[in-house]
Design a protein around this ligand. Structure first.
Ligand code: TPP
Ligand code: MG
Length: 332
């Protein structure tokens, strides 16, 4: 069943807009820096950038409360930064250094933070979806009122395990928000080539899970929808689906020939729908910030990001003995 969708709130404060601007810009600049470090050979293996999709996590984190959980796919750096993980630790992990969140042994797709309730980082498409329901099951069992945000892509939404999970989540009224980040592509496959019905938010209908489509390039609309979803879960009404329509500007990963879409298509989204430009305009038009104020924020964010790159470069590689730690549980 498609849920009723009121218009996005317009009475947002200047302070909140500034927060959104800052948080989205941090993700964008961080990802740009990661792309540079990858090009320099300082990051190895897989690396999937989130540039273009920033409003999704920033909007949803604004709807979250302390103790709520999040779990996502391999396109995960934005989620980490949005929930407050330290850019230094994330960059150090990307570069495989000791100071990283997984001591340099996990890399881009395998970072976790107990403190921030971030449960990864998963390289197997769709694998995080049943895990997300499991986290929500634990919270329901404990009766602690927490909600789990379980993020996955439009491609992952075609996987069987997603529907097994929908069934159980609905059956047990689990407090889980299924966030489908529909960036219109799964690697090089456009949604219309892989998906029989484009309205992925209606996929919960046969399980009785409400769903709605959200403009993922508008952080205010995302937050608004996130609040509806979270309220539904916290009332004990079970899961909720948000299909957040977004777009990735960069390739699927750092090794993407980009032959499946035109440059013009990407350029058009950047020019007409960019989520950061949108908030920038709201700040200026509403006289919440001047061009100079925003320049100062840009400078501050650049400094945080370059400090994270310096921290990463200065952090040593993991010692050889580390190969034998964190593999098996210690014998008790
Ligand atoms: C089970 C599984 N099958 C295939 C792959 C290879 N693969 C990695 S990402 C991806 C596309 C997923 O697209 P989507 O869910 O839309 O997420 P996006 O990359 O757009 O964020 C595929 C097929 C994989 N990692 N795991
Ligand atoms: Mg996708």
């Amino acid at each position: 069943m498609a849920a009723k969708k009121p218009a996005a709130k317009t009475n947002v404060s200047g302070e909140e807009l500034q927060k959104f601007y800052r948080e989205m810009l941090l993700i964008r600049r961080f990802e740009e820096k990661a792309g540079q470090l990858y090009g320099m050979g300082l990051i190895g293996g897989f690396c999937h950038l989130y540039i273009g999709q920033e409003a999704v996590v920033v909007g949803l984190e604004a709807a979250a409360e302390e103790g709520d959980k999040r779990i996502t796919s391999y396109r995960d750096h934005g989620h980490m930064l949005a929930c407050g993980m330290d850019p230094n630790g994330v960059m150090a992990e990307l570069t495989g250094r000791e100071g990283g969140y997984s001591k340099g042994k996990g890399g881009s797709m395998h970072m976790f933070s107990k403190e921030k309730h971030f449960y990864g980082g998963h390289g197997i498409v769709g694998a995080q979806v049943p895990l997300g329901a499991g986290l929500a099951f634990a919270d329901k069992y404990k009766g602690n009122g927490r909600v789990t945000f379980t993020y996955f892509g439009d491609g992952a939404a075609n996987q069987g395990q997603v529907y097994e999970t929908f069934n159980m989540a609905a059956l047990w009224d689990l407090p889980v928000v299924f966030v489908i980040e529909n960036n219109q592509y799964a690697m090089g496959t456009a949604q219309q080539r892989s998906t029989s019905s484009p309205d992925i938010h209606t996929r919960g209908e046969s399980f009785g899970i409400p769903g709605e489509a959200v403009d993922g390039m508008d952080v205010l609309a995302v937050k608004d929808a996130g609040e509806r979803a979270v309220a539904h879960c916290r009332k004990g009404k079970g899961p909720y689906i948000l299909e957040v329509k977004t777009y990735r500007y960069r390739g699927h990963s750092m090794s993407d020939p980009a032959k499946y879409r035109t440059r013009e298509e990407v350029q058009k989204m950047r020019e007409e729908r960019d989520a950061i430009d949108h908030v920038r305009q709201l700040l200026i038009d509403g006289k919440h910030a001047s061009e100079d104020d925003l320049k100062a924020v840009d400078k501050e964010i650049k400094a945080i990001v370059s400090a994270s790159a310096d921290f990463a470069k200065e952090s040593p590689l993991p010692a050889a003995e580390e190969l034998w730690t964190d593999i098996y549980a210690e014998a008790t």
